[in-house]
Design a binder for this molecule. Structure first.
Ligand SMILES: Nc1ncnc2c1ncn2[C@@H]1O[C@H](COP(=O)(O)OP(=O)(O)OP(=O)(O)O)[C@@H](O)[C@H]1O
Ligand SMILES: [Mg+2]
Length: 469
């Protein structure tokens, strides 16, 4: 059954009201020609008759209730009914309420949004007054620039975190994941990376975090850097739709800055909670699970989001994406960890055992990889890191043997070297968010080794350690 809003509503004068609300949303795509009625209501979604022929999957609708206009996303379309997931939890929905088509959800980012905290809909939530919209309204589910027109990723930068700058250096436009179990140190490491001075702008999507952590992250850790940052927040108590939209809105803001030629750092904490939100919405739409409860749409949405990061078209800026991935029960092979690892250009692995030893940031240098490290290292640095990894590996594989007294110094010169130098390396890699970012991680390492070796040659094995990065 299809009800046309021009006949069903206009007579009662409701059309004018809806048109006024449409103007409030100021969306040029907004059309009041297609409307329908709520038919059934369930936890997590409602169905609408009369819209199926006019709307597309992923478009937005406006639902008019006793408390005002509420947005929802079309999550499934059948010949007779469309399934809609409401954006606000607890919105009062009644049978026969009016629902109108709104089209793609768009936001209009503006440079003046820097320093502000907004929600997934692009509305300010920091109490600092309204936001002025930019001139271009961008759909939040945009597609990535065509691959052949994008510039190449080749310029390294310093993060200021020694364990990353030495072992897994990064390039502008790279996409990096931080993988760890709960409470191991992902958010803290992200906040340290957000202070890297290589970026003109920082856009942070905080998804499914606790409300308390959001203020801490923004006020304490970002501090003065907040002036060049925009934070998009959807906390754990918000609807799955808002949690799903937050990284998309944040990416849209990052694209606005990138298109102006800025080098943008895009952070998502955490992508796992983004995936959980997609799962909740998809389950409400009746999509069957394919891997540990995750439906197929999770595995199409993740690459779609991450592919939008990277270098822009020639002459534009870059979006460097650093995202955190919660590995359930420290299982690094769960479906989300597995599928994101394949899309990313590198992964940093945090170990709970290192955090328990107080070795923060608890980055495991042997398990972490930057696939673009070669573009950031000099030839000498690459050789040095390879040598350092060999020493660390020797040190770790003989740990138990040495603990039970099964090794006598002098029997293996390589292991002797590892026993002397690896604790020094571990010590120099320690960093807290209160420490100053390292200006030159290699110089710090060389100095520490030199001091520990009593001023003699810092590194043996043919690699001078005092080369600048
Ligand atoms: N670099 C660091 N220096 C000192 N302490 C740290 C560091 N990183 C993490 N910690 C300690 O570990 C705790 C947990 O860190 P954090 O909140 O970053 O973990 P998380 O992996 O984001 O946790 P969750 O999974 O709950 O989001 C912090 O409160 C802090 O005490
Ligand atoms: Mg966290």
């Amino acid at each position: 059954m299809h009800e046309d809003i021009s006949t069903g509503v206009a007579a009662s004068g409701k059309l004018e009201q809806l048109a006024a609300l449409a103007r409030r949303y100021a969306n040029p795509e907004f059309s009041v020609t297609h409307g329908g009625r709520v038919r059934t209501i369930a936890a997590g979604h409602y169905t609408v008759t009369g819209l199926s022929r006019h709307i597309r999957l992923g478009e937005f609708v406006a639902h008019r209730s006793a408390t005002g206009i509420h947005l929802g996303e079309v999550i499934r379309v059948e010949p007779d009914v469309a399934f809609v997931s409401p954006i606000e939890p607890g919105e009062p929905i009644g049978i026969h309420d009016t629902v109108i088509r709104k089209g793609a959800f768009r936001i209009a980012p503006n440079d003046s949004w820097c320093g502000r905290t907004i929600n997934a809909l692009g509305d300010p939530i920091d109490g600092h007054g309204p936001l002025s919209p930019g001139t271009i309204r961008r759909p939040i589910s945009n597609s990535a620039p065509p691959s052949m027109t994008r510039s190449r990723v080749e310029k390294g930068f310093r993060t200021g975190v020694r364990a990353i700058d030495i072992f897994s250096p990064l390039c502008l436009g790279q996409r990096l994941g931080i993988f760890a179990g709960s409470g191991v140190g992902k958010s803290t490491l992200l906040s340290m990376l957000a202070r890297a001075d290589a970026f003109d702008k920082v856009v942070i999507a905080l998804v499914g975090e606790r409300g308390r952590e959001v203020r801490e992250f923004i006020e304490d850790t970002l501090g003065p850097n907040m002036a060049k940052a925009v934070a998009v927040v959807a906390t754990s108590d918000e609807s799955p739709m808002l949690r799903k939209m937050a990284p998309l809105s944040a990416m849209t803001i990052a694209e606005h800055f990138r298109d102006q030629g800025d080098n943008v750092l895009f952070i998502v904490d955490s992508v796992t909670r983004f995936a959980h939100a997609i799962r909740e919405v998809a389950t409400a739409a009746g999509e069957p699970p394919i891997a540990r409860g995750y439906p197929a749409s999770v595995f199409t949405e993740l690459p779609k989001l991450l592919e939008r990061a990277g270098p822009g078209e020639e002459g534009k800026g870059t979006i460097t994406a650093i995202i955190s991935i919660l590995v359930d029960g420290d299982n690094h092979n769960d479906p989300i960890a597995d599928s994101t690892r394949g899309i990313l250009d590198g992964h940093i692995v945090l170990d709970r055992s290192l955090a328990e030893e107080g070795r923060y940031p608890p980055i495991n240098p042997l398990a972490s990889i930057s696939r673009l490290a070669r573009k950031a290292w000099t030839g000498d640095q690459e050789k040095l890191v390879s040598r350092l990894k060999t020493l660390i590996h020797r040190f770790e594989e003989t740990r138990d043997l040495r603990l039970i007294g099964g090794y006598r110094l002098g029997s293996d010169p390589d292991l002797d070297m590892a026993i002397k130098q690896v604790p020094v390396i571990y010590e120099i890699l320690k960093q807290t968010p209160h420490d100053r970012p390292a200006a030159d991680a290699y110089a710090d390492l060389a100095q520490a080794l030199k001091n520990a070796m009593g001023g003699g040659a810092a590194m043996q094995g043919g690699v001078p350690a005092n080369r600048r990065a």
